[in-house]
Design a protein. Structure first.
Length: 142
């Protein structure tokens, strides 16, 4: 995921999800192991692992959700969640931010209209003041 700009919450509120989301979030294969998942989480900037099968969403897990005693050879998918809230790329960022705020989340999966294919990921920064994006310059980006 090449992220090179941030969009403030204030500016994002006037945009669509597609204008702000990271378009090609890093994914792991649905068949990934717990050991591969742990290696993925070795990067402190990674706060969510997305599992994908041919571009289709297969699960997501945050570092703190992975049991410390999970065996490295175990399938990562056994610890991932599939029942996450999602949003479509044509949703308003105002609606997406309301969902993030209600849930206390900093990541929101963006699925294509088929409800299965990963379109992107909304990534709220740690302080909660803006969104990371791979769009280069977006009006209101820093």
């Amino acid at each position: 995921m090449s992220v090179n700009a941030k969009v403030t919450r204030e500016c994002a509120a006037r945009l669509l999800v597609r204008d702000v989301m990271v378009r090609r979030p890093k994914t792991l294969p649905a068949q990934a192991t717990v050991a591969e998942l742990r290696a993925h989480f070795g990067n402190p900037c990674v706060r969510t692992a997305l599992l994908a099968d041919g571009g289709r969403f297969a699960g997501a897990i945050a570092p703190e959700e992975l049991p410390a005693d999970a065996a490295g050879a175990d399938p990562a998918r056994a610890h991932a969640h599939t029942d996450l809230p999602t949003v479509g790329p044509d949703a308003t960022m105002e609606d997406a931010m309301a969902l993030l705020d209600r849930r206390g989340d900093n990541r929101l999966l963006v699925l294509e209209p088929d409800g299965e294919t990963i379109a992107g990921l909304l990534c709220l920064d740690k302080p909660g003041t803006g969104f990371c994006t791979d769009r280069g310059h977006v009006e209101g980006s820093q």
